[in-house]
Design a protein around this ligand. Structure first.
Ligand SMILES: C[S@@+](CC[C@H](N)C(=O)[O-])C[C@H]1O[C@@H](n2cnc3c(N)ncnc32)[C@H](O)[C@@H]1O
Length: 293
């Protein structure tokens, strides 16, 4: 399904339509796709229909929640990510939303420096308590940066939010509803090869290839995501393409990434990211969208 390279260079927001009322990401996630949603939706609108939907780097799941809200997901859905803490949060909200809400209310009541660091050090046993811990830390930690050290421990200091929104009950219930029939797994991205069938749609949003040596935000967790991983991902893209799966991918607009996908439709789109702690380095950045449909 490879198409010829498009000259397309889009700077204006797409025709995503009015904001639907529905569940939104319940975690703040580095690389969250909210700003890019209109561009992604415009490409997906090209598909009249598709089978199952797969997101192998789900993170905050911005596109999944948007597609769900718009009623675009009529087939099975599989969301996966190799970050176990993230997946625990999804599982907790999916299966135990009321206990999670209760525990988050308690975190909100007790929120201060001492409570933050005690919660960070804690290792609760139950799924609901584990999920509430992750959501609480994510809403209150510095910059919402979900970073782990080399031992896989969450080591981010407390953020300086005046009034952080720790428990958004209505959204958590809406998320639980959206996740009811969804398969959620801790898995490396290439597991999609076993899960996807012809006619399915796969959206890949990997950790960005860094635009410069200092702009490296790929350390989401131990291990990082280097050029070898990017090459392997391009191989998975190709295999899916050859077996009739619709594939859409976003990444940073770098020569390396463009080279990996040179025989597919490449488009340059703009998105503003807020992952830099220095305000003067925030702002519009260029991203690439790659697709085979
Ligand atoms: C750019 S973020 C995805 C952001 C997401 N689209 C959103 O809207 O929030 C990339 C995700 O890839 C995950 N990840 C990193 N390496 C991975 C791997 N080898 N396999 C699967 N997931 C991985 C990270 O845990 C992170 O959640």
């Amino acid at each position: 399904m490879a198409t010829s390279r498009l000259p397309g260079m889009t700077e204006t927001p797409g025709s995503g339509g009015a904001e639907p009322k529905g569940p939104a990401p319940f975690l703040k996630w580095v690389g969250g796709k909210r700003q890019l949603l209109p561009e992604l939706l415009r490409r997906i609108e090209r598909l009249e229909t598709f089978g199952a939907y797969h997101e192998p780097f789900v993170g905050g799941g911005a596109l999944f929640f948007e597609l769900w809200s718009r009623g675009r997901l009529s087939g099975p859905v599989r969301l996966s990510d190799n970050n176990p803490n993230l997946i625990v949060a999804y599982e907790g909200v999916k299966h135990e939303v009321e206990p999670v809400i209760e525990l988050l209310r308690e975190h909100a009541r007790r929120h201060d420096k001492e409570h933050y660091y005690a919660t960070r050090a804690a290792q609760p046993d139950s799924l609901a308590a584990q999920a509430a811990r992750i959501i609480y830390l994510n809403r209150t930690c510095f910059n919402g940066l979900f970073r782990e050290n080399s031992r896989g421990e969450f080591n981010v200091p407390m953020g300086r939010y005046v009034n952080p929104r720790i428990c958004d009950e209505a959204n958590l219930r809406a998320v639980a509803k959206a996740l009811r029939e969804v398969r959620i797994e801790i898995a490396p991205f290439d597991s999609v090869l076993d899960a996807a069938a012809p006619g399915d749609l796969v959206y890949f949003d990997p950790p960005y290839h860094p635009v410069s040596a200092t702009a490296n935000f790929t350390a989401y967790q131990k291990g990082g995501f280097g050029e070898e991983d990017q090459r392997m991902l391009a191989g998975v893209f190709r295999t899916l393409d050859a077996s009739g799966v619709y594939v859409l991918l976003s990444n940073s607009w770098t020569e390396f990434v463009r080279g990996l996908y040179a025989d597919f439709a490449l488009e340059k789109v703009s998105a503003s990211r807020c992952v830099n702690s220095r305000a003067d380095r925030r702002g519009a950045v260029w991203e690439v969208l790659v697709r085979n449909f």
